[in-house]
Design a protein. Structure first.
Length: 134
């Protein structure tokens, strides 16, 4: 992997977020900025929402790709539709990022309360290899 001046030398990470737009999702935004400061080239895929309506923008070195969110869910069937819609949109943008800037790592921005992986020692060792915490 070669990096041009000012770009990351550690690697390229793609962060996937399904529920909130970035930088509105403060947790993912702070993680993205920390990775950027640690020398990673960061791309984020998330839904549009509120003031965050651009398909693509770069903010503080974080490259953000957004898609139109589905309508709100009203039951089990519409929840399945919403889930599938979001992942199809995420796949579409993942292919676009792969064809452009590329990525070495995919990080799924799951709320920590629903993430059994983060507490595992193997994951903590991976984080230590990636760089300093924010």
């Amino acid at each position: 992997m070669s990096a041009s001046p000012g770009e990351a030398r550690r690697g390229r990470v793609l962060i996937l977020v399904e529920n909130l737009p970035v930088p509105f999702d403060r947790r993912v935004w702070l993680e993205s900025k920390a990775l950027t400061r640690a020398g990673w080239l960061v791309s984020v895929i998330c839904p549009k929402g509120g003031a965050w309506t651009a398909d693509y923008e770069e903010i503080e070195g974080v490259h953000i790709h957004r898609y139109e969110p589905p309508p709100p869910t009203k039951g089990a069937a519409s929840y399945v539709w919403e889930f599938l819609y979001c992942w199809v949109q995420t796949l579409r943008l993942t292919i676009a990022v792969a064809a452009g800037r590329g990525f070495d790592v995919i990080y799924i921005g799951v709320d920590p309360i629903f993430d059994p992986i983060r507490g595992r020692p193997e994951f903590q060792k991976l984080l230590e290899k990636m760089g300093p915490e924010p």
